[in-house]
Design a protein around this ligand. Structure first.
Ligand code: CU
Length: 216
């Protein structure tokens, strides 16, 4: 299996006969251009839109110098304007213990970045409310609030147990979490814009919301 490593010309893992994977944001349909000499020593492959796998396949008899040169080439490509580094964005959001609110009302990620949102309903909640985290499309906060606050839903025990609306305005969501529970959702940051998030439990949405800002 390829190993994931940092880019860099002097990476100690870049020894002959070993496979390494360099992972970065890949944008705009560019691929590593292989010169003939380079084709002898590695395969470059593109997976999806978010990573490049560079597998060094040359034999142990190749000189270390050559491996170093190839990794330098890869590193320069990965740091050039065509290819952007992208660390995963890991966001942790708690529900407030007392108020109907998220402790994080705004966070920013980059288009194409892998985003992990961990939403925690604290075990020492004082209001003892269940909460969820629903991410919606730009401009849809008010529509989502209206939808989840529809009085006809409030008498429906199925809705109260699992208040996830059926709508194209919603992108991603956690399940409803009791105090002491948490859930992590993962997604790729969409196109630039302001994406509202909200809790859909009865009566929360209008005040329990925030915004994920996505930049270029
Ligand atoms: Cu809530």
């Amino acid at each position: 299996m390829p190993e994931r490593v940092q880019t860099g010309a002097e990476n100690p893992l870049a020894t002959p006969g070993r496979s390494v994977t360099l992972t970065t944001l890949f944008r705009g349909g560019n691929a590593i251009q292989s010169a003939p000499i380079q084709r002898k020593v590695y395969d470059a492959a593109v997976f999806g839109e978010s990573s490049i796998s560079l597998t060094i396949i040359h034999s142990p008899t190749y000189e270390m110098k050559r491996t170093t040169a190839i990794l330098a080439l890869a590193a320069s490509l990965l740091t050039s304007g065509n290819l952007l580094h992208a660390e995963d964005a890991e966001i942790t959001i708690h529900a407030d213990k007392i108020q109907l609110a998220y402790d994080t009302k705004e966070f920013t990620v980059k288009t194409g970045q892998k985003v992990k949102v961990t939403f925690i309903n604290p075990a020492d909640s004082q209001n003892l409310q269940p909460h969820n985290f629903i991410l919606a499309k730009p401009g849809k906060l008010n529509a989502m609030i209206a939808l989840v606050s529809d009085p006809s839903k409030l008498a429906d025990p199925n809705w109260i147990a699992n208040p996830i609306p059926e709508t194209d305005d919603m992108l991603y969501h956690t399940k409803l979490l009791k105090p002491g529970e948490q859930e992590t959702i993962e997604f790729t940051a969409p196109a630039p814009g302001d994406y509202p998030y909200l809790c859909s439990y009865i009566g929360h949405a209008a005040i329990m919301n925030g915004v994920m800002k996505v930049t270029e």
